[in-house]
Design a protein. Sequence first.
Length: 370
Amino acid sequence: RLRLHDGKLIKDRRYHLRTYPNCFVAKELTDWLIDHKEAPDRETGIRLMQKLMDHYIIHHVCDEHSDYKDAKLLYRFRKDDGTFPLSKDVKVFMRGQSLYEKLVSVEESILKVREENSVKYQRTFLGSEMIDWLIQEGEVENRQEAVELGRALLEHGIIQHVSNRHHFFDSDILYQFWINFRRRRRLTELLNENSSRALSESPDSPFCLRKLNPEPGNTSFLSVQTNKEIKVVSAVRRSSITSLSGNSNAYFSAPPTLVFPPVAECNPKSVLKRPVTNEELLSPGAPYVKKTLTIVGDAVGWGFVVRGGRPCHIQAVDPGGPAAAAGMKVCQFVFSVNGVYVLHLDYQTISSLIMTGPRTLVMEVMEAIE
């Protein structure tokens, strides 16, 4: 936005006898993205701007178009007309950025390279050390307020425990800034948010798979549908797409290709009777009880399927797997994974968190009281 202001692409423009302040022409902006190597072609440029529209960063000046058209239409950054929504998420992110900038710009910063279990971590600090600094700098009034701020930063993915095992505490536990706010980012990164996940992990939850008669050389994996029907899927797929989509062909003798079916097939009907919001789960007196499950994974996983987002729920459980043995049931909501609060995350992110964590999985779930 600032670069566009500097380049005079954003300016007051007149159209049909009316002046629209601080706006840009979509077609000119697409040209600018290509010229400045922010997008390799027009199609990518349009997708990038649509991403900004979807996240309420830009909009059509009269809100007559909900999509970004590569035409002589006027759009504007919401920051420039006061309509940018300062939600709690945005406020926490901006607070985190402000604290980070303050920490890296001072001499003798508490952010240092530290080592834990022979692994070096960048931009680390001790929990108690951060609390001392926040109080000293007048960022908070007391230690309790500092802990609450630290927890908010962790829950929004700005800081984390170095091995993702703890929430934020006033102790000598080691944390780090997960986001390097000073790294120059390119717009095209918006289209690659999930590219770090291997193909084998997408689009299904990979940790839900269980091997049939586990032995060396076996190429089949067992996946469980919500009605406990068992079907075999080739190991090449590394996912339970077919069984969860209700496909009538139970067995595959030929290895399938690495082409995923349409999105509709990848998202089976939810087991939830109705949508549930985080506010409903967390409201005082809500008919939900929190349970802690310790699940020790076997050679092929934990044996359950997560779906949805904000909050995620348990879509299916392998009746013979570790998760079922630990007390997991369908329709439970995922509250935390290995001490990390996850109510605000989607199931792909939770999948990644579980896959990169320890074999022994500690999950807090919220279950409806019958």
